[in-house]
Design a protein around this ligand. Structure first.
Ligand SMILES: Cc1ncc(COP(=O)(O)O)c(C=O)c1O
Length: 447
């Protein structure tokens, strides 16, 4: 005789794969705030993923150049991550931080070991990148006893109140009155930044920002090593060092947001900041850390984190063992499969091929990025650099028809952003480039 629990196993909850029904349910029951983020004219419904590929509800295969907004780091349904998650979820699904469990503790040690030597690093696990950004802002203020924080224009740091307050991209800032004492310096965009190319003019602007818009005493400055949603804007050589020297001189901490650029995405190192001569005080991690399992983390120098030791800070699901088991597997897979080297090699080849497309299509104003953080910026005129958002929209829609998924980014929605899982292979480069080529040639045929 079957128990009630067994009987329930035999009747899983029904799922409708009817396209109209999925759209109707989402449009009816999602709040506008969650419903509005739809890039394609015809919604894309996804059924499964494997490695760097995803399949829609009609079993059409697409190359995932977005990695589900960079959450899929080592590949969709990577067997090592799936196994780690399945084993942990079956054994103990959650262990509140009031109690001890080895998996998050091991993961904290393993993450700390990836940070620059010679410092004592500690980890605070959160559920998302935004929560880790919020904590970083609080921690920097608690440690320095200063309030003012500098962020960069064109930055994205998350959607929660604190993280949104540090976000510079207009499209992500709601008209609700943001948290105070966050000021913005010019982003050192080498293609269309306000001061053109170079690092020094932007550091001069930072000096002015500190002089004219703050008390002169800083809690810190937060920087993405490569601005992600801003349209793949890598910090130019020397900027982060120069910026953090200035911030530290004003009493502040160096906070690096590696939510997009971390876990080898730039192909150069585990962390984007390693390409520069900087050792941050606080590092924010998220997205690919759990290969799709919700997880975020703040890593800080111990004496900095200790500034908040007066009270505990409780994230109900923080340090969840299932998410941390996924995180441990991600680190292991990156090392075992040589995925940093892969991102470097394949990313370089893809960039070379995208630069060839730039020779062919004058609408491509810029090809930039490194590793698997790449972008193409579309302009109506290469001299004036007038953004081409309608053309970008057209090419973007065509790339889907030709079998690719990527994203539109940047303040002017004229940047095609490519941030695939670390397992995109050399064999994928040709189909990706061909699909891009056909999409641009569709645009030329239309005009
Ligand atoms: C650079 C950066 N920082 C922080 C965040 C916030 O992370 P989450 O969406 O997990 O809260 C994001 C999310 O896109 C991000 O791209």
């Amino acid at each position: 005789m079957k128990s009630t629990a067994d009987a329930n196993h035999d009747s899983p909850l029904a799922v409708s794969w009817d396209r109209d029904e999925i759209i109707r349910l989402r449009d009816t029951y999602y709040a506008t705030t969650q419903r509005a983020f739809v890039p394609y004219k015809k919604p894309l419904i996804l059924k499964r993923g494997q490695g760097q590929y995803i399949w829609d509800e009609h079993d059409k295969r697409l190359i995932d150049l977005l990695g589900m907004n960079l959450c899929i780091s080592v590949g969709h349904s990577h067997p090592a991550v799936v196994r780690a998650v399945q084993e942990q979820v079956a054994q103990l699904t959650h262990c509140t931080t009031m109690f001890y469990h080895p998996v998050p503790a091991h993961f904290a040690e393993e993450l700390a070991a990836t940070m620059p030597a010679g410092h004592e690093w500690v980890v605070h696990f959160t559920n998302s990148g935004s929560e880790a950004v919020d904590l970083a802002l609080m921690m920097a203020r608690a440690y320095t006893k200063n309030s003012d924080v500098v962020s960069l224009r064109n930055s994205y740091h998350g959607a929660t109140y604190g993280a949104q307050g540090a976000t510079g991209v207009q499209g992500f800032r709601h008209n609700v009155g943001q948290i105070p004492n966050i000021t913005f310096a010019a982003e050192p965009n080498q293609y269309r930044g306000i001061f053109g190319e170079g690092t020094d003019p932007y550091l001069d602007d930072l000096d002015r920002t500190i002089s004219y818009t703050t008390s002169g005493k800083l809690a810190g400055m937060i920087i993405e090593t490569v601005q992600g949603y801003g349209g793949i804007i890598p910090m130019p050589p020397g900027y982060m060092k120069g910026a953090f020297d200035r911030v530290r001189a004003a009493g502040g901490l160096a906070i690096v947001d590696e939510v997009q650029s971390g876990f080898c995405k730039t192909g150069e190192a585990m962390w984007g900041f390693e390409a520069e001569e900087v050792v941050p005080d606080i590092i924010i991690l998220g997205k690919g850390i759990g290969n799709g399992i919700p997880l975020g983390a703040l890593v800080a120098k111990k004496h900095v984190a200790d500034a908040m030791d007066g009270k505990f800070l409780f994230h109900t699901y923080g340090a969840n063992p299932v998410a941390c088991a996924a995180g441990r597997a991600v680190l292991q897979v990156i090392a075992q499969e040589g995925l940093q080297e892969n991102a470097k090699k394949v990313g370089a080849e893809l960039k070379t091929r995208l630069l060839e497309l730039k020779e062919k299509y004058p609408i491509i104003g810029d090809v930039r990025g490194k590793g698997f953080m790449l972008a193409i910026e579309l302009v109506k005129d290469r001299v004036t650099k007038e953004p081409a958002p309608e053309e970008t929209e057209f090419v973007f829609e065509r790339t889907r028809e030709h079998g690719l998924v990527m994203s539109k980014s940047g303040t002017y929605r004229n940047v095609l952003r490519m941030v695939p899982p670390l397992c995109l292979s050399m064999d994928d480069v040709e189909p990706v480039v061909q699909a891009m080529d056909r999409s641009f040639s569709d645009l030329m045929a239309k005009n």
